[in-house]
Design a protein around this ligand. Structure first.
Ligand code: ATP
Ligand code: MG
Length: 390
């Protein structure tokens, strides 16, 4: 394995106390994401190296690993001046630049030339062989030469990683995942902060279709590229939803339906060791997402609810969904249980006492139990299974 990739940790290096836990988890996540290819991984408190056959494939996959700040393709040569000069020139010939800087780090103190002197030797060689100048303050290109006991590592450009924290460092959250634009983005943003996910999807067949369900699984599989551990729990919601429509005045059906969803989400979250519920609610987007509605709906649970897109404009959410590749799937036109039988005038400022009164008119607890007991859990989210949707 000749290729070498260097990983820079970024944000996690600032969390000193938990550093080892962070790094070990990051290494595990990387192993998980690279499990189908051959590689070796080495790491210490400052950096991580991956030896592999094809750095291009590895770098592409690493760009979906949270906790990585920078990715560098490294060239390794024997520690002798001629080999180092030749490699530096070879790397620079691939780049367009007017100014450069050589930055030598001498970790191997048995190498007798000091860093500054070595910068001058290599810099002089580059000046002689290219049409460029040295700029130590703001160079177009920075060449880093690390002289280490195991050889000399040389690199020029750092590819930006996606940042965030290693997925799982915060434990798990239960994402209410619908087929819309918002909830996959909410899931992605939670993963970015180190929260691994389990998903919960409410389906109401025959009112909602198998395509609607597959669409949600497809969305889960796309965000699973950042985790590898995501499962989808499908809740059979039909009977409860029909009972709501039968017993609750039309303007309150969505409010009550969402209160039921939260009750179920809490139970399933506890069952699967999730510490929070996550959803794609965004303030003011629809009647059930006014601050009054959110309050009345949220009051059925004391479980923490995280709303990563709460304060974003729809256009900002769409921008992220395009970036993470969920947008095209989200806009497929299959109906969700929230969009079937939509009331003409859903209440914008629901009254909690009315909610309690309407809920007394039918035995929803039994129906909730039935929902929770009949959940189908989908663990195999292989992207290919749902590719026919696009
Ligand atoms: P989205 O674009 O994510 O569908 P939305 O703007 O359509 O959101 P709602 O339908 O009111 O908003 O839903 C708000 C949130 O409730 C969703 O983002 C999602 O987290 C959750 N939710 C809605 N419907 C379902 C469902 N069928 N299964 C699971 N969660 C759901
Ligand atoms: Mg929706």
């Amino acid at each position: 394995m000749n290729d070498l990739v260097l990983i820079k940790y970024g944000e996690l290096t600032t969390k000193k106390a938990n550093r080892n836990t962070f790094i070990k988890l990051l290494a595990n996540n990387i192993k998980n994401i690279l499990k189908d290819i051959q590689f070796n991984i080495k790491f210490d408190r400052v950096r991580m190296y991956i030896e592999c056959n094809d750095s291009k494939i590895v770098i592409e996959k690493l760009q979906k690993v949270f906790g990585i700040h920078g990715i560098v393709k490294v060239s390794r040569v024997n520690t002798n001046i001629d080999d180092i000069k030749a490699k530096v020139l070879e790397l620079l010939k691939k780049e367009t630049f007017k100014t450069f800087k050589i930055n030598t780090k001498r970790a191997d103190k048995s190498f007798e030339i000091h860093s500054m002197e070595f910068n001058n030797i290599i810099g002089g060689y580059v000046l002689k062989n290219t049409n460029s100048k040295v700029d130590v303050h703001n160079p177009d290109i920075l060449v880093t030469i690390e002289i280490r006991p195991e050889g000399t590592f040389i690199y020029t450009s750092v590819i930006k990683g996606i940042g965030g924290y290693p997925v799982g460092i915060q434990g798990k959250g239960m994402l209410m995942l619908s087929g819309g634009i918002d909830s996959p983005v909410a899931g992605y943003l939670s993963l970015k902060r180190g929260v691994d996910l389990e998903c919960l999807y409410f389906e109401s067949p025959p009112h909602t279709s198998i395509e609607a369900k597959n669409k949600v699984i497809k969305l889960a599989s796309i965000i699973n590229e950042y985790s590898g551990n995501i499962k989808v729990n499908v809740v059979p919601f039909t009977k409860l939803q029909e009972a709501i429509y039968k017993n609750v005045p039309n303007s309150y059906v969505i409010t009550i339906m969402r209160r039921m969803m939260y009750r179920i989400a809490e139970k399933v979250a506890l069952k699967h060791n999730c510490k929070v519920i996550i959803n794609g609610e965004s303030i003011g987007q629809v009647a059930s997402q006014t601050l009054t509605s959110i309050g009345v709906i949220n009051s059925v649970t004391s479980f923490p609810v995280i709303r990563p897109v709460a304060c974003m404009d729809k256009l900002e959410i769409i921008e992220i969904s395009k970036k993470i590749n969920t947008y095209e799937t989200s806009i497929l036109p299959y109906e969700d249980c929230c969009t079937i039988f939509l009331p003409t005038h859903p209440v914008i400022n629901p009254d909690i006492n009315k909610c309690l009164l309407y809920e007394m008119s039918f035995n929803y607890e039994e129906l909730i139990e039935e929902c929770v007991n009949n959940i189908e859990t989908i663990t195999n989210l292989k992207n290919d299974n749902y590719n026919d949707l696009l």
